[in-house]
Design a protein around this ligand. Structure first.
Ligand code: PA5
Length: 464
């Protein structure tokens, strides 16, 4: 049985009528699709090279083994591409209540990912950490992100106060650029353990680098199988033909959905508790890569579909009414699972009541997948385009395959939009204003710009 199927049926006009893509539209896009495939094949993309960097994976696994034995808590300090992949791997591949389990059922230290700087959250986390038994993995590719560096300074200080200057070093691992940046200098000067992020791997494409692999390996996830799963998809992406290469086909159809069909919102909806955070990770990948003001020719383009996430079945009882009957501006991507790792059978009871009786004997997995099928049909019947990525089961191999599919789909889509999918000038602009406001040297002009923007006019503010 195959590990992953990408089912595009309900994106086609044949199924959803005028809101679907026709054969003719796909054929007309053919030359552009081939050019996109060639462009991606000809550029040695950093995130593709990761799959074959067994040296790095071995280095990560060796360090993980040491940390696994020594510590009870592993805290990731990172944000965006330096956190979302870690969260996605953890929820997909470890026990749903991982942090609450006792060892040895919990395969490694508890995992916390701190990807915000709310003081209440930081204080709360500090309250539950025994610093003697905690290691912090500071992850920042640029080495300069204010949020991550601030967290590093806070916890480093706490470690020094508790354990002393010499001892604290053993509780910090820094994942950053191998050469560049002041953080790398700090690593060298203070002898912190460290891992490299290859310079040609962008933040949101870095989950299969040391960024995502260390927290995964430390918590017992088989990272070599994860990479092997991704390599399976890479092999499928060698083809430049639609309907052979799932990532290329996904990119082409979503591009047409957006540009030809006006579906400028893409909702990823996993019907799997384990895959819920893959949708969150994908949201950043699709948004930051494709949301661009200028195209490669320097022309104003304003590209990108707005990615959203919903969770089956939970959000059937929240946003589904809008998806089914609201505007024709969305395309839904379901994530489904054939085999759940566990079986919960619904007991027979109350045979005298029809509203209860029929449930007895079915499994919860059956119910979840029946709900997904029902929702899919309801959308399709109302002409709402949707597609499904179906994985056989959620394990290291299939999650690697899925993650890599979505990365490649994003890279191909960037080519179709003719934009640079690997930069993020908008994010940098916000970062620079924040540096100015916080007094970083060299960003004085940014501070002035924020101050000159003026105070809010009280006329437009309502207070209670
Ligand atoms: O994808 C990206 O490049 C961003 O989302 C970054 O991951 C995020 O801004 C954090 O950057 P850094 O890892 O440099 O701290």
């Amino acid at each position: 049985m195959q590990n992953l199927r990408y089912d595009f049926n309900n994106l086609m006009a044949e199924r959803v009528g005028e809101h679907g893509v026709s054969d003719a539209q796909l054929q007309a896009l053919g030359p552009k699709v081939e050019a996109a495939a060639s462009a991606i094949e000809n550029v040695p993309l950093g995130f593709r090279k990761l799959l074959f960097n067994t040296k790095l994976a071995d280095e990560v696994a060796a360090l993980a083994q040491k940390l696994n034995k020594r510590f009870d808590n592993f805290v990731v300090l990172g944000i965006g591409g330096s956190a979302l992949g870690n969260i996605a791997l953890q929820s997909a591949l470890n026990h749903p209540e991982y942090n609450l389990l006792e060892r040895p059922r919990r395969r490694g230290p508890r995992l916390f990912v701190l990807d915000n700087v709310d003081p209440n959250q930081i204080t709360g986390l500090s309250d539950v950490l025994d610093l003697d038994k905690t290691v912090f993995n500071v992850i920042t590719k640029s080495g300069g992100t204010a949020e991550t560096l601030s967290e590093f300074l806070v916890f480093r200080d706490a470690l020094i106060r508790k354990l002393g200057e010499k001892q604290h070093v053993e509780h910090i691992v820094i994942t950053t650029d191998p050469e560049k940046g002041e953080l790398r200098e700090i690593v060298k000067k203070h002898s912190y353990a460290s891992l490299p992020i290859p310079p040609d791997v962008g933040g949101r494409f870095s989950v299969l680098s040391a960024v995502g692999l260390l927290s995964a390996a430390v918590t017992g996830i088989d990272i070599h199988r994860l990479l092997a799963g991704a390599a399976d998809m890479d092999a499928a992406c060698k083809s430049k033909k639609l309907w052979e290469n799932p990532a290329l086909t996904g990119a082409a159809l979503h591009y047409l959905m957006d540009k030809a069909k006006g579906k400028n919102i893409q909702v990823m909806m996993p019907y799997s508790h384990g895959l819920r955070d893959v949708a969150d990770w994908f949201r950043q990948l699709w948004a930051e890569s494709l949301g661009k003001q200028m195209d490669r020719a320097g022309k104003m383009a304003r590209t990108g579909q707005t990615p959203e996430k919903a969770l089956g079945v939970t959000d059937q009882h929240s946003v589904m009414q809008l998806y089914i009957e609201g505007p024709y501006d969305k395309v839904i991507t379901f994530l489904t699972v054939d085999e759940f790792g566990s079986t919960v059978t619904i007991p027979h009871a109350f045979p005298e009541y029809d509203t209860v009786k029929y449930l007895g004997g079915h499994t919860m997995g059956e119910l979840l997948n029946a709900e997904q099928k029902a929702t899919e049909l309801a959308l399709t019947k109302c002409g709402k385009p949707n597609c499904a990525i179906r994985v056989r089961k959620v394990d290291e191999k299939t999650v690697g395959t899925l993650i890599y599919l979505l990365e490649m789909q994003t890279a191909y889509a960037g080519e179709l939009y003719n934009i640079n999918a690997f930069d993020q000038p908008g994010v940098e602009l916000g970062k620079n204003f924040a540096y100015g406001l916080m007094g970083r040297k060299g960003y004085e002009a940014k501070r002035l710009e924020v101050e000159d923007a003026g105070k809010p006019n009280p006329k437009w503010v309502v207070s209670v």
